[in-house]
Design a protein around this ligand. Structure first.
Ligand code: SF4
Length: 457
């Protein structure tokens, strides 16, 4: 059958989509570039916040309205798992497949192929059984991942590799553990094999993702699991590959992990470490570690071991009960920490979370004002951090080419300081092949992007 996958939401969803893509092509199905050409349309849904769910429902409705009678529409992923009734209410969605079931996509599409035509004309919300579950219904492991089955088509030199799924923590604002369950790590051997395959397919950068990256391996009985995994990964990948770490929970970052990051050429001196807030009282209400001084010390240790490290974090603005003093403490923290990159979310009241029941919900106008204030403070910091690179040389992984207004050739890429999709870019004068790594002398900096000239090779 011909299939088309629409991916909504975060990079972790992109990884699951790639996995579904690999499983379907291994079963002999054919990926097509548009929903119109497809026999089966799969939407990998997002339920992060209310706006994401509204977007998901909008996409499903649009596709359902345009769908031909012989086409099938599958809603997969987070929102299919967390809000099944809302997804089921969209007329035209034929099948719903939750987050822990996506490895069954091959079986499902095979079933659809066998029952194609009018025999599958009835709407059928099928629940696909998991291959193996524990007594409490959680998948046993990623044992059903067969890396050899994953045949990805590489369009960019960068690839995401999910090393675990689910989370053992219970932050008060977060819905993820309620539908993804506790953390399950992919076995080390499977991660290594997948990384090698990605490199063989041309990936120059592997972005390791998870809900809680620094907890990797706890369920496998590993101590310092992430550091161990990184050391093994560096043994099996070429020395000029980039390995990037996203979504590190601060309390899992220890001396060994820092030393591992500092000592292997493949590991980018980059860390995405979502902190969510900086005032101890807010952090306590979030059910997160309230020790901000410890976090500042950790940032100092990272910079001592890797002076060029780029640190990214995300924060929630307007969390229930956030007073002016608490918000100001967050701004003070940003000034003290001098983070390179910061993303900010406006707090969104998620039904079913403990945070939604907290008193003193902050008014939307206040949240909006604080969000802008935080962004303004951080923009100055990010600009200053970027300007430190003027006159210095960075290796840039080229991802695209174009022309400037005056007709000059211009390439665009990223340095080790920029994660795909969320950080800035580096613009380089000249026409360089996508996937190449070019030495670039930085000549200009804005708060997000850098500009530069290629050095003579
Ligand atoms: S660590 Fe992240 S995924 Fe886990 S509960 Fe907290 S916010 Fe959610």
């Amino acid at each position: 059958m011909k299939y088309h996958i629409v991916t909504l939401g975060c990079p972790k969803n992109a990884v699951d989509s790639e996995g579904m893509d690999g499983l379907l092509s291994a079963e002999g199905h054919e990926a097509v570039a548009s929903a119109t050409e497809a026999d089966v349309i799969i939407v990998n849904t997002c339920s992060f916040i209310a706006a994401a769910r509204a977007e998901t429902l909008g996409v499903l409705k649009e596709l359902a309205e345009r769908k031909r009678p012989d086409q099938r529409l599958i809603a997969a992923g987070c929102m299919a798992q967390s809000h099944p009734a809302e997804v089921a209410a969209v007329q035209g969605v034929d099948v719903s497949l939750g987050t822990q079931q996506w490895t069954q996509i091959g079986n499902l599409v095979n079933q659809l192929a066998q029952s194609s035509g009018s025999r599958f004309a009835e709407r059928a919300f099928v629940t696909i059984p998991l291959i193996a579950t524990t007594a409490n219904g959680q998948p046993v492991s990623y044992a059903d991942w067969r890396t050899t089955q994953i045949r990805r088509t590489r369009h960019t030199p960068s690839a995401y590799l999910k090393i675990s799924d689910g989370c053992n923590l219970r932050c008060a604002f977060c819905t993820i553990p309620s539908f993804k369950g506790d953390m399950r790590s992919k076995p080390v051997g499977a991660v290594l094999a997948e990384a090698q395959e990605l490199v063989a397919q041309g990936a120059r950068e592997i972005v390791l993702v998870a809900q809680h990256l620094t907890d990797y391996g706890r369920d496998l009985g590993l101590q310092d699991g992430l550091a161990t995994l990184l050391e093994e990964l560096c043994q099996v990948t070429p020395s000029d590959i980039w390995i990037r770490l996203m979504y590190a929970y601060p309390h899992g970052i220890n001396e060994r992990l820092i030393a591992t990051m500092a000592s292997h050429p493949q590991i980018c001196h980059y860390l995405d470490m979502p902190l969510q807030h900086a005032h101890p009282a807010t952090l306590r209400r979030m059910r997160r570690p309230p020790d901000t001084d410890r976090t500042l010390r950790l940032i100092a240790e990272l910079r001592a071991a890797m002076p060029d490290i780029a640190i990214r974090s995300t924060f929630i603005v307007g969390y229930p009960g956030e007073t002016t003093a608490e918000f100001n403490a967050l701004l003070e923290f940003l000034r003290a920490a001098q983070l390179d990159r910061v993303g900010a979310f406006r707090y969104s009241r998620e039904p079913g979370t403990p945070a939604a029941e907290l008193p003193d919900q902050v008014r939307p106008q206040v949240i909006e004002r604080r969000w802008h204030e935080l962004m303004q403070v951080q923009q100055q910091i990010s600009r200053a951090r970027n300007r430190r690179w003027i006159g210095r040389t960075l290796t840039v992984l080229i991802e695209g080419n174009g022309v400037a207004d005056d007709g000059s050739a211009l390439s665009v890429g990223r340095s080790f300081r920029d994660a795909p999709e969320v950080d800035g870019q580096v613009f380089v004068w000249g026409d360089f092949p996508v996937g190449s790594m070019v030495s670039v002398k930085v000549t200009q900096a804005t708060e997000y992007d850098l500009w530069g000239e290629a050095e003579q090779q």
